[in-house]
Design a protein around this ligand. Structure first.
Ligand SMILES: [Mg+2]
Length: 455
Protein backbone atom coordinates (compact mmCIF):
# COMPACT_ATOMS: atom_id res chain seq x y z
CA UNK A 1 0.00 0.00 0.00
CA UNK A 2 1.33 3.42 -0.81
CA UNK A 3 0.08 6.98 -1.05
CA UNK A 4 0.60 9.29 -3.97
CA UNK A 5 2.79 12.15 -2.93
CA UNK A 6 4.42 15.07 -4.64
CA UNK A 7 8.22 14.95 -4.67
CA UNK A 8 8.37 17.62 -1.95
CA UNK A 9 5.97 15.70 0.29
CA UNK A 10 2.92 17.82 -0.48
CA UNK A 11 -0.47 16.19 -0.78
CA UNK A 12 -0.95 15.40 -4.45
CA UNK A 13 -4.47 16.86 -4.43
CA UNK A 14 -3.19 20.33 -3.69
CA UNK A 15 -0.03 20.00 -5.74
CA UNK A 16 0.43 21.59 -9.13
CA UNK A 17 2.61 20.49 -12.02
CA UNK A 18 6.00 22.16 -11.96
CA UNK A 19 6.42 25.23 -14.09
CA UNK A 20 8.56 24.55 -17.13
CA UNK A 21 10.82 21.54 -17.54
CA UNK A 22 11.67 19.20 -14.68
CA UNK A 23 13.54 16.30 -16.21
CA UNK A 24 16.03 15.36 -18.86
CA UNK A 25 15.49 11.81 -20.10
CA UNK A 26 18.28 10.18 -22.01
CA UNK A 27 17.94 7.07 -24.15
CA UNK A 28 21.04 5.71 -25.87
CA UNK A 29 20.46 4.72 -29.48
CA UNK A 30 21.08 1.10 -30.50
CA UNK A 31 23.14 0.89 -27.35
CA UNK A 32 24.80 -2.53 -27.60
CA UNK A 33 25.65 -1.97 -31.28
CA UNK A 34 27.00 1.50 -30.46
CA UNK A 35 29.29 0.11 -27.76
CA UNK A 36 30.68 -2.35 -30.33
CA UNK A 37 31.26 0.55 -32.73
CA UNK A 38 32.82 2.52 -29.91
CA UNK A 39 35.28 -0.27 -29.12
CA UNK A 40 36.02 -1.03 -32.78
CA UNK A 41 36.25 2.21 -34.77
CA UNK A 42 36.44 0.24 -38.04
CA UNK A 43 32.77 -0.69 -37.46
CA UNK A 44 31.58 2.92 -37.22
CA UNK A 45 29.28 3.93 -40.05
CA UNK A 46 28.80 0.24 -40.91
CA UNK A 47 25.84 -2.13 -40.42
CA UNK A 48 26.31 -4.03 -37.15
CA UNK A 49 24.02 -6.38 -35.27
CA UNK A 50 24.48 -7.85 -31.81
CA UNK A 51 23.13 -11.32 -31.04
CA UNK A 52 22.52 -13.09 -27.72
CA UNK A 53 24.81 -15.94 -28.74
CA UNK A 54 27.08 -17.00 -31.58
CA UNK A 55 24.60 -18.73 -33.82
CA UNK A 56 23.13 -18.21 -37.28
CA UNK A 57 19.69 -19.19 -35.94
CA UNK A 58 19.39 -16.48 -33.36
CA UNK A 59 17.91 -13.00 -33.83
CA UNK A 60 19.44 -9.55 -33.42
CA UNK A 61 19.02 -7.94 -30.00
CA UNK A 62 20.59 -4.66 -31.13
CA UNK A 63 20.85 -3.15 -34.60
CA UNK A 64 23.07 -0.23 -35.59
CA UNK A 65 21.38 2.64 -37.42
CA UNK A 66 23.29 1.75 -40.57
CA UNK A 67 21.71 -1.73 -40.43
CA UNK A 68 18.27 -0.31 -39.55
CA UNK A 69 18.46 1.80 -42.71
CA UNK A 70 18.60 -1.46 -44.69
CA UNK A 71 15.43 -2.77 -43.03
CA UNK A 72 17.11 -4.97 -40.40
CA UNK A 73 15.26 -4.87 -37.09
CA UNK A 74 15.54 -6.27 -33.61
CA UNK A 75 14.56 -9.91 -33.94
CA UNK A 76 15.76 -10.27 -37.55
CA UNK A 77 17.50 -13.65 -37.85
CA UNK A 78 21.24 -13.57 -38.49
CA UNK A 79 20.92 -15.53 -41.72
CA UNK A 80 18.27 -13.11 -43.02
CA UNK A 81 20.42 -10.13 -42.07
CA UNK A 82 23.29 -11.65 -44.05
CA UNK A 83 21.04 -11.97 -47.09
CA UNK A 84 20.04 -8.31 -46.80
CA UNK A 85 23.61 -7.19 -46.17
CA UNK A 86 26.34 -9.74 -46.91
CA UNK A 87 29.05 -7.63 -45.29
CA UNK A 88 27.20 -7.06 -42.01
CA UNK A 89 29.18 -7.38 -38.77
CA UNK A 90 27.49 -9.95 -36.48
CA UNK A 91 28.76 -9.79 -32.92
CA UNK A 92 27.79 -11.82 -29.85
CA UNK A 93 26.72 -9.67 -26.93
CA UNK A 94 29.31 -8.66 -24.33
CA UNK A 95 27.10 -7.62 -21.47
CA UNK A 96 29.93 -7.06 -19.03
CA UNK A 97 31.36 -4.46 -21.38
CA UNK A 98 27.95 -2.78 -21.83
CA UNK A 99 27.63 -2.42 -18.07
CA UNK A 100 31.15 -0.99 -17.86
CA UNK A 101 30.40 1.65 -20.50
CA UNK A 102 27.04 2.37 -18.86
CA UNK A 103 28.85 3.32 -15.67
CA UNK A 104 31.32 5.53 -17.53
CA UNK A 105 28.45 7.27 -19.32
CA UNK A 106 26.50 7.86 -16.10
CA UNK A 107 29.60 9.35 -14.47
CA UNK A 108 30.04 11.67 -17.43
CA UNK A 109 26.39 12.81 -17.42
CA UNK A 110 26.45 13.31 -13.65
CA UNK A 111 29.05 16.03 -14.20
CA UNK A 112 26.13 18.03 -15.64
CA UNK A 113 22.99 16.87 -13.81
CA UNK A 114 22.05 14.67 -10.84
CA UNK A 115 20.52 11.27 -11.64
CA UNK A 116 16.82 10.91 -10.83
CA UNK A 117 16.51 7.29 -11.85
CA UNK A 118 18.32 4.72 -13.97
CA UNK A 119 15.65 2.79 -15.85
CA UNK A 120 17.81 0.32 -17.73
CA UNK A 121 21.26 -0.07 -19.14
CA UNK A 122 20.57 2.56 -21.83
CA UNK A 123 17.92 4.80 -20.26
CA UNK A 124 18.02 7.23 -17.35
CA UNK A 125 16.29 10.36 -16.11
CA UNK A 126 18.06 13.37 -14.60
CA UNK A 127 16.80 16.28 -12.47
CA UNK A 128 16.80 19.81 -13.81
CA UNK A 129 17.21 22.47 -11.15
CA UNK A 130 15.00 25.54 -10.82
CA UNK A 131 17.34 27.70 -12.89
CA UNK A 132 17.34 25.11 -15.68
CA UNK A 133 13.59 24.87 -16.25
CA UNK A 134 13.34 27.11 -19.32
CA UNK A 135 13.63 25.57 -22.78
CA UNK A 136 16.72 27.64 -23.53
CA UNK A 137 18.57 26.61 -20.35
CA UNK A 138 17.56 22.95 -20.53
CA UNK A 139 18.45 22.68 -24.20
CA UNK A 140 21.84 24.19 -23.53
CA UNK A 141 22.54 21.53 -20.87
CA UNK A 142 21.31 18.78 -23.18
CA UNK A 143 23.78 19.94 -25.84
CA UNK A 144 26.57 20.08 -23.27
CA UNK A 145 25.79 16.51 -22.25
CA UNK A 146 25.89 15.32 -25.85
CA UNK A 147 29.21 17.09 -26.38
CA UNK A 148 30.58 15.72 -23.11
CA UNK A 149 29.72 12.16 -24.13
CA UNK A 150 31.22 12.59 -27.59
CA UNK A 151 34.44 14.19 -26.34
CA UNK A 152 35.02 12.38 -23.06
CA UNK A 153 33.58 8.92 -23.76
CA UNK A 154 33.23 8.50 -27.52
CA UNK A 155 31.38 9.86 -30.56
CA UNK A 156 29.86 6.47 -31.40
CA UNK A 157 27.70 6.61 -28.27
CA UNK A 158 24.77 8.76 -29.29
CA UNK A 159 21.63 9.38 -27.29
CA UNK A 160 18.17 10.79 -27.82
CA UNK A 161 17.25 13.33 -25.18
CA UNK A 162 13.79 14.43 -24.03
CA UNK A 163 13.08 17.48 -21.85
CA UNK A 164 9.70 17.73 -20.10
CA UNK A 165 7.96 18.51 -16.79
CA UNK A 166 7.69 14.84 -15.69
CA UNK A 167 9.76 11.74 -16.26
CA UNK A 168 6.99 10.05 -18.22
CA UNK A 169 6.70 13.02 -20.58
CA UNK A 170 10.47 13.34 -20.86
CA UNK A 171 10.69 9.70 -21.91
CA UNK A 172 7.97 10.23 -24.50
CA UNK A 173 9.87 13.29 -25.73
CA UNK A 174 13.10 11.28 -26.05
CA UNK A 175 11.25 8.71 -28.16
CA UNK A 176 10.23 11.35 -30.69
CA UNK A 177 13.52 11.70 -32.56
CA UNK A 178 16.06 8.94 -33.07
CA UNK A 179 18.98 8.76 -33.36
CA UNK A 180 20.66 11.66 -31.62
CA UNK A 181 17.40 13.55 -30.95
CA UNK A 182 16.75 16.50 -28.68
CA UNK A 183 13.07 17.20 -28.06
CA UNK A 184 11.36 19.62 -25.72
CA UNK A 185 7.84 18.79 -24.59
CA UNK A 186 6.04 21.48 -22.59
CA UNK A 187 2.60 21.17 -21.02
CA UNK A 188 1.36 23.82 -23.42
CA UNK A 189 2.36 21.48 -26.30
CA UNK A 190 -0.17 18.90 -25.12
CA UNK A 191 -2.17 17.05 -26.17
CA UNK A 192 -1.48 18.28 -29.72
CA UNK A 193 2.18 17.38 -30.02
CA UNK A 194 1.60 13.72 -29.09
CA UNK A 195 -1.68 13.42 -30.95
CA UNK A 196 -0.33 10.73 -33.33
CA UNK A 197 1.34 8.49 -30.74
CA UNK A 198 -0.15 4.95 -30.51
CA UNK A 199 -1.31 4.39 -26.93
CA UNK A 200 0.66 1.16 -26.57
CA UNK A 201 3.88 3.12 -27.27
CA UNK A 202 3.38 4.87 -23.92
CA UNK A 203 5.11 3.25 -20.95
CA UNK A 204 2.43 2.09 -18.52
CA UNK A 205 -0.04 1.11 -21.25
CA UNK A 206 0.26 -2.57 -22.06
CA UNK A 207 -2.13 -4.49 -24.25
CA UNK A 208 -4.43 -5.23 -21.28
CA UNK A 209 -4.79 -1.59 -20.27
CA UNK A 210 -5.13 -0.58 -23.93
CA UNK A 211 -8.04 -3.01 -24.33
CA UNK A 212 -9.76 -1.61 -21.23
CA UNK A 213 -9.16 1.94 -22.47
CA UNK A 214 -10.75 0.98 -25.78
CA UNK A 215 -13.84 -0.25 -23.90
CA UNK A 216 -14.16 3.30 -22.58
CA UNK A 217 -13.73 4.65 -26.12
CA UNK A 218 -10.24 5.89 -25.41
CA UNK A 219 -8.20 4.95 -28.44
CA UNK A 220 -6.07 8.02 -29.12
CA UNK A 221 -3.84 10.35 -27.17
CA UNK A 222 -6.28 13.24 -27.03
CA UNK A 223 -9.01 11.18 -25.37
CA UNK A 224 -6.41 9.69 -23.01
CA UNK A 225 -5.36 13.21 -22.13
CA UNK A 226 -8.96 14.18 -21.33
CA UNK A 227 -9.44 11.30 -18.90
CA UNK A 228 -10.10 12.13 -15.24
CA UNK A 229 -7.61 10.72 -12.68
CA UNK A 230 -10.29 8.68 -10.88
CA UNK A 231 -11.43 7.21 -14.17
CA UNK A 232 -7.82 6.28 -14.96
CA UNK A 233 -7.63 4.53 -11.61
CA UNK A 234 -10.77 2.55 -12.42
CA UNK A 235 -9.52 1.54 -15.86
CA UNK A 236 -6.12 0.44 -14.59
CA UNK A 237 -7.78 -1.23 -11.65
CA UNK A 238 -5.22 0.24 -9.27
CA UNK A 239 -3.60 3.43 -8.04
CA UNK A 240 -1.10 2.93 -10.89
CA UNK A 241 -3.69 4.46 -13.22
CA UNK A 242 -3.91 7.59 -11.14
CA UNK A 243 -0.14 7.77 -10.93
CA UNK A 244 0.04 7.43 -14.70
CA UNK A 245 -2.43 10.29 -15.10
CA UNK A 246 -0.32 12.58 -12.90
CA UNK A 247 2.86 11.73 -14.80
CA UNK A 248 1.12 12.36 -18.11
CA UNK A 249 -0.06 15.76 -16.90
CA UNK A 250 3.39 16.83 -15.84
CA UNK A 251 3.22 16.20 -12.10
CA UNK A 252 6.46 15.18 -10.45
CA UNK A 253 5.33 12.11 -8.54
CA UNK A 254 7.36 10.15 -6.04
CA UNK A 255 7.89 6.58 -7.19
CA UNK A 256 5.93 3.99 -5.32
CA UNK A 257 8.25 2.07 -3.04
CA UNK A 258 8.74 -1.15 -4.92
CA UNK A 259 9.55 -4.36 -3.23
CA UNK A 260 10.97 -7.01 -5.46
CA UNK A 261 8.20 -9.44 -6.25
CA UNK A 262 9.81 -11.84 -8.71
CA UNK A 263 13.26 -12.91 -9.83
CA UNK A 264 13.45 -14.46 -13.26
CA UNK A 265 15.89 -15.40 -15.96
CA UNK A 266 15.37 -16.60 -19.49
CA UNK A 267 17.54 -17.79 -22.28
CA UNK A 268 17.17 -18.31 -26.01
CA UNK A 269 18.54 -21.77 -26.78
CA UNK A 270 21.01 -22.46 -29.53
CA UNK A 271 20.55 -25.62 -31.61
CA UNK A 272 22.93 -27.44 -29.29
CA UNK A 273 20.60 -26.93 -26.35
CA UNK A 274 17.13 -27.25 -27.82
CA UNK A 275 16.56 -30.92 -26.91
CA UNK A 276 14.90 -31.56 -23.54
CA UNK A 277 17.93 -33.09 -21.78
CA UNK A 278 20.13 -30.13 -22.75
CA UNK A 279 17.43 -27.53 -22.23
CA UNK A 280 16.95 -28.90 -18.73
CA UNK A 281 20.61 -28.18 -17.94
CA UNK A 282 20.06 -24.60 -19.06
CA UNK A 283 16.92 -24.31 -16.92
CA UNK A 284 18.89 -25.59 -13.92
CA UNK A 285 21.71 -23.12 -14.59
CA UNK A 286 19.19 -20.27 -14.84
CA UNK A 287 17.60 -21.38 -11.60
CA UNK A 288 20.95 -21.52 -9.78
CA UNK A 289 21.59 -17.98 -10.98
CA UNK A 290 18.15 -16.79 -9.84
CA UNK A 291 18.57 -18.50 -6.47
CA UNK A 292 21.89 -16.73 -6.03
CA UNK A 293 20.20 -13.37 -6.68
CA UNK A 294 17.43 -14.35 -4.27
CA UNK A 295 20.00 -14.82 -1.52
CA UNK A 296 21.78 -11.64 -2.60
CA UNK A 297 18.55 -9.74 -1.80
CA UNK A 298 18.22 -11.63 1.48
CA UNK A 299 14.97 -13.21 0.35
CA UNK A 300 13.28 -16.59 0.39
CA UNK A 301 10.98 -17.95 -2.29
CA UNK A 302 7.83 -20.04 -2.09
CA UNK A 303 6.97 -20.52 -5.74
CA UNK A 304 8.66 -21.36 -9.02
CA UNK A 305 7.40 -21.13 -12.57
CA UNK A 306 8.86 -22.73 -15.66
CA UNK A 307 7.90 -21.67 -19.14
CA UNK A 308 9.11 -23.18 -22.37
CA UNK A 309 8.67 -21.75 -25.81
CA UNK A 310 8.69 -24.54 -28.35
CA UNK A 311 9.95 -24.65 -31.92
CA UNK A 312 8.47 -23.99 -34.37
CA UNK A 313 5.61 -22.86 -32.14
CA UNK A 314 3.78 -23.53 -28.91
CA UNK A 315 4.28 -22.76 -25.29
CA UNK A 316 4.18 -24.70 -22.04
CA UNK A 317 4.01 -23.11 -18.63
CA UNK A 318 3.50 -24.38 -15.07
CA UNK A 319 4.19 -23.14 -11.62
CA UNK A 320 4.53 -24.78 -8.25
CA UNK A 321 4.24 -23.62 -4.67
CA UNK A 322 6.39 -24.94 -1.85
CA UNK A 323 7.58 -24.03 1.64
CA UNK A 324 9.71 -20.90 1.71
CA UNK A 325 13.37 -21.59 1.12
CA UNK A 326 16.58 -20.11 -0.20
CA UNK A 327 18.22 -23.50 -0.67
CA UNK A 328 19.21 -24.12 -4.29
CA UNK A 329 19.01 -27.89 -3.80
CA UNK A 330 15.37 -27.67 -2.82
CA UNK A 331 14.45 -25.25 -5.59
CA UNK A 332 16.20 -27.51 -8.11
CA UNK A 333 14.08 -30.41 -6.86
CA UNK A 334 10.96 -28.35 -7.48
CA UNK A 335 12.21 -27.63 -10.98
CA UNK A 336 12.72 -31.36 -11.55
CA UNK A 337 9.07 -31.95 -10.64
CA UNK A 338 7.94 -29.33 -13.16
CA UNK A 339 10.28 -30.70 -15.81
CA UNK A 340 8.92 -34.20 -15.33
CA UNK A 341 5.41 -32.79 -15.68
CA UNK A 342 6.42 -31.29 -19.00
CA UNK A 343 7.90 -34.57 -20.21
CA UNK A 344 4.91 -36.65 -19.19
CA UNK A 345 2.58 -34.05 -20.70
CA UNK A 346 4.37 -34.53 -24.00
CA UNK A 347 4.68 -38.29 -23.64
CA UNK A 348 6.71 -40.04 -26.32
CA UNK A 349 6.88 -36.88 -28.39
CA UNK A 350 8.93 -35.08 -25.76
CA UNK A 351 12.35 -36.04 -27.09
CA UNK A 352 11.49 -34.84 -30.57
CA UNK A 353 10.13 -31.45 -29.63
CA UNK A 354 12.62 -28.62 -29.83
CA UNK A 355 12.68 -25.97 -27.13
CA UNK A 356 13.47 -22.45 -28.29
CA UNK A 357 13.45 -20.54 -25.06
CA UNK A 358 13.58 -21.44 -21.38
CA UNK A 359 12.36 -19.07 -18.68
CA UNK A 360 12.25 -19.63 -14.96
CA UNK A 361 10.88 -17.29 -12.37
CA UNK A 362 10.82 -17.28 -8.57
CA UNK A 363 7.65 -15.85 -7.04
CA UNK A 364 6.21 -15.36 -3.53
CA UNK A 365 9.41 -13.74 -2.33
CA UNK A 366 9.71 -13.12 1.38
CA UNK A 367 12.24 -11.35 3.52
CA UNK A 368 13.28 -13.05 6.76
CA UNK A 369 11.41 -10.45 8.83
CA UNK A 370 8.15 -11.47 7.11
CA UNK A 371 9.03 -15.09 7.57
CA UNK A 372 9.57 -14.59 11.29
CA UNK A 373 5.94 -13.56 11.61
CA UNK A 374 4.72 -16.65 9.83
CA UNK A 375 7.41 -18.95 11.04
CA UNK A 376 5.01 -21.32 12.71
CA UNK A 377 3.11 -21.91 9.52
CA UNK A 378 6.11 -22.15 7.35
CA UNK A 379 8.28 -24.36 9.40
CA UNK A 380 5.91 -26.63 11.21
CA UNK A 381 8.62 -29.23 10.87
CA UNK A 382 11.59 -28.16 13.00
CA UNK A 383 13.97 -30.62 11.32
CA UNK A 384 13.15 -29.28 7.91
CA UNK A 385 13.73 -25.77 9.15
CA UNK A 386 17.15 -26.69 10.55
CA UNK A 387 18.12 -28.28 7.25
CA UNK A 388 16.92 -25.22 5.37
CA UNK A 389 18.93 -22.86 7.59
CA UNK A 390 22.06 -24.96 7.19
CA UNK A 391 21.71 -25.22 3.43
CA UNK A 392 20.92 -21.52 3.15
CA UNK A 393 24.23 -20.80 4.91
CA UNK A 394 26.08 -23.24 2.63
CA UNK A 395 24.70 -21.58 -0.51
CA UNK A 396 25.44 -18.10 0.76
CA UNK A 397 29.04 -19.18 1.23
CA UNK A 398 29.13 -20.54 -2.32
CA UNK A 399 27.66 -17.24 -3.54
CA UNK A 400 30.44 -15.35 -1.77
CA UNK A 401 33.15 -17.47 -3.36
CA UNK A 402 31.56 -17.14 -6.80
CA UNK A 403 31.06 -13.40 -6.49
CA UNK A 404 34.52 -12.40 -5.29
CA UNK A 405 36.11 -10.71 -8.31
CA UNK A 406 39.49 -10.64 -6.64
CA UNK A 407 39.56 -14.36 -5.92
CA UNK A 408 42.36 -15.89 -7.95
CA UNK A 409 41.02 -19.41 -8.22
CA UNK A 410 42.92 -21.33 -10.82
CA UNK A 411 42.93 -24.87 -12.05
CA UNK A 412 46.04 -26.53 -13.35
CA UNK A 413 45.87 -27.23 -17.07
CA UNK A 414 47.62 -30.16 -18.76
CA UNK A 415 50.63 -27.97 -19.40
CA UNK A 416 50.98 -27.27 -15.72
CA UNK A 417 50.19 -23.60 -16.34
CA UNK A 418 47.35 -22.04 -14.42
CA UNK A 419 44.24 -21.23 -16.37
CA UNK A 420 41.66 -18.81 -15.06
CA UNK A 421 38.65 -20.59 -13.63
CA UNK A 422 35.75 -18.17 -13.68
CA UNK A 423 33.02 -20.54 -12.60
CA UNK A 424 34.39 -21.24 -9.19
CA UNK A 425 31.82 -23.48 -7.55
CA UNK A 426 28.93 -25.20 -9.25
CA UNK A 427 27.21 -28.56 -9.30
CA UNK A 428 29.06 -31.36 -11.07
CA UNK A 429 25.94 -32.09 -13.12
CA UNK A 430 26.04 -28.52 -14.44
CA UNK A 431 29.72 -28.43 -15.38
CA UNK A 432 29.03 -29.03 -19.08
CA UNK A 433 26.85 -25.93 -19.37
CA UNK A 434 28.97 -23.10 -20.69
CA UNK A 435 26.61 -20.18 -20.61
CA UNK A 436 28.44 -16.95 -21.03
CA UNK A 437 26.62 -14.04 -19.52
CA UNK A 438 23.97 -16.32 -18.17
CA UNK A 439 20.88 -14.51 -17.01
CA UNK A 440 21.97 -11.21 -18.46
CA UNK A 441 20.80 -11.80 -22.00
CA UNK A 442 18.31 -8.98 -22.01
CA UNK A 443 19.64 -6.11 -20.03
CA UNK A 444 16.89 -3.66 -20.86
CA UNK A 445 14.64 -3.88 -17.86
CA UNK A 446 17.32 -3.47 -15.25
CA UNK A 447 20.99 -2.72 -15.05
CA UNK A 448 22.82 -5.92 -14.21
CA UNK A 449 25.49 -5.69 -11.59
CA UNK A 450 29.02 -6.59 -12.59
CA UNK A 451 29.06 -9.47 -10.14
CA UNK A 452 26.31 -11.10 -12.19
CA UNK A 453 28.65 -11.53 -15.13
CA UNK A 454 31.33 -13.48 -13.40
CA UNK A 455 30.15 -16.90 -14.39
MG1 LIG B 1 17.82 2.83 -26.33
Amino acid sequence: MYVLMAHNGENINTYRPIEGLGYLFLDFNAYFASVEQHDRPELRGRPVIVTPLSSEHTGAIAVSYEAKALGIKRGTKVRDARVICPGIAVLPARHDRYVEIHKILMTEIERHLPIAKVYSIDEAAFHLSKSERSSAAATLIARQIKRGIAENVGPALRASIGLAPSRLLAKLAAERVKPDGLTVLKLSDLPGKLRDIPLTDIPGIGTGVAARLAQSDITDFTSLWNLEPKHARAIWGSVAGERFWYGLHGYDIVEAPTTKSTIGHSRVLSRDYERPDKARLVARALLLKAASRLRHYGMHTGSLSLSLRLRPEGKWERSKHFSQTQDSFQILQELDVLWDEYLSHRGREAEKIRIGNVAICLHRLYRPEDIAIRQQDLFADEDRRAVDDRRGRLWRTIDLINADPKAKFRQLGATGKGVPARKHVTLASQASVDLNYLGAKIAFSRVPEESEFLY
